[in-house]
Design a protein around this ligand. Sequence first.
Ligand SMILES: Cc1cc2nc3c(=O)[nH]c(=O)nc-3n(C[C@H](O)[C@H](O)[C@H](O)COP(=O)(O)OP(=O)(O)OC[C@H]3O[C@@H](n4cnc5c(N)ncnc54)[C@H](O)[C@@H]3O)c2cc1C
Length: 388
Amino acid sequence: MLNVIDTPDPDFMQEEEITLFSDSVGKWIDEHAPPEEVQSWIANSTVPRELWNKAGEAGLLGLSMPEEDGGMGGDYRHEVVLMRQLGWKGADHFGISLHNAIVAPYIWHYGTQEQKERWLPRLLTGELVGAIAMTEPGAGSDLQGIKTTAIKSGNGYVVNGSKTFITNGQLANFIIVVAKTDPAAGAKGTSLIVVETDGAEGFERGRNLHKIGMEGNDTSELFFNDVKVPGENIIGGGEGMGFIQLMQQLPQERLNIAIQGVAAAERGLSETLAYVKQRKAFGKTVLDFQNTQFKLAEVKTKLTVAKVFCDHCIGLHLKGQLDAVTASMAKYWVTDIQGETLDEMLQLHGGYGYMNEYPIAQLYKDARVQRIYGGTNEIMKVLIARSL
Ligand SMILES: Cc1cc2nc3c(=O)[nH]c(=O)nc-3n(C[C@H](O)[C@H](O)[C@H](O)COP(=O)(O)OP(=O)(O)OC[C@H]3O[C@@H](n4cnc5c(N)ncnc54)[C@H](O)[C@@H]3O)c2cc1C
């Protein structure tokens, strides 16, 4: 555990079961995702496929999946622990939190009993790797503008369209596709349909996109050309519920991003402190300069405030009270703070901060996307402004 932020965790995160779980997740990451392993993910632009199965064996998939659905019976705190440990240890290129805390919940929240039985056990073992495909080349922020269709044909659906920027896109074989089941009906004609891609004719993966950061995570184009999907694959069983389901789940996705942002910036502060304590200039350490102390005092303050706000949001979410506006505030403000503080911390490394081999360089690059995905920070402000 990093101890760069002194403010104690809220009581609900200090329960013994949660702290013990945190220690065991930390050990798992040390064993399966040490820094040299993360470097190989970056070199290959993806994690090894078997890492998903290993995570399944360790019980890390489906952490908050209800016990009655075969899950671990944990709750959102367990997902928080996983996200924080991955961030603290620099292993957050592994897209496990997307699988656990974004994709799988659509099934246990809205899936029919038959869908839960068909998919959840395989999402739990890593046999299925999850992704969610909303964004298209022509529609990102304006999700209502998507063109992908899932049109009824006999007992099933035929899916056509292109998606882009899809996280886990090279390895995922369980893809929740946002598609129009009734293109004339706008938001009400949108559904979430699962495409199991193993052996799916007409499904193609495009490029594993070359990114400026988060390089160890696969992000892809996906193409659907007359892909036949069983009628039972519409999440919830009925057409037209896609937008409502997305709107209900996006607050958790946005809180996830904020939590990941704080954890990554905490790691940045820990790395920066270690660096400025040993780097010498003008016969002193860099930390001896008052400018460095003031900058790091600002960073520590900002990260403390960010963490406390995230903790507040986690508390609300555990009670089922996290609304879309508050989650948007967390996503936009915390990721802005993440970018701002990591920029300051890179500066304190001088030229070494610009070298890829230094963790601060990776953290700086990785932070940039946080203000873009999950809804851009501008869209977060649009949502907040509606509440004024
Ligand atoms: C690494 C990475 C991973 C991703 N993973 C996924 C994933 O797993 N699944 C998925 O579906 N998508 C994913 N995305 C896509 C991401 O969610 C979109 O890129 C994002 O929503 C923005 O959409 P866009 O890129 O089309 O930008 P656009 O919507 O074209 O926006 C361009 C600019 O215009 C601004 N803008 C747009 N509308 C407004 C408005 N109303 N008011 C003010 N400003 C506005 C935006 O804020 C932005 O600055 C990922 C993206 C990246 C980079």
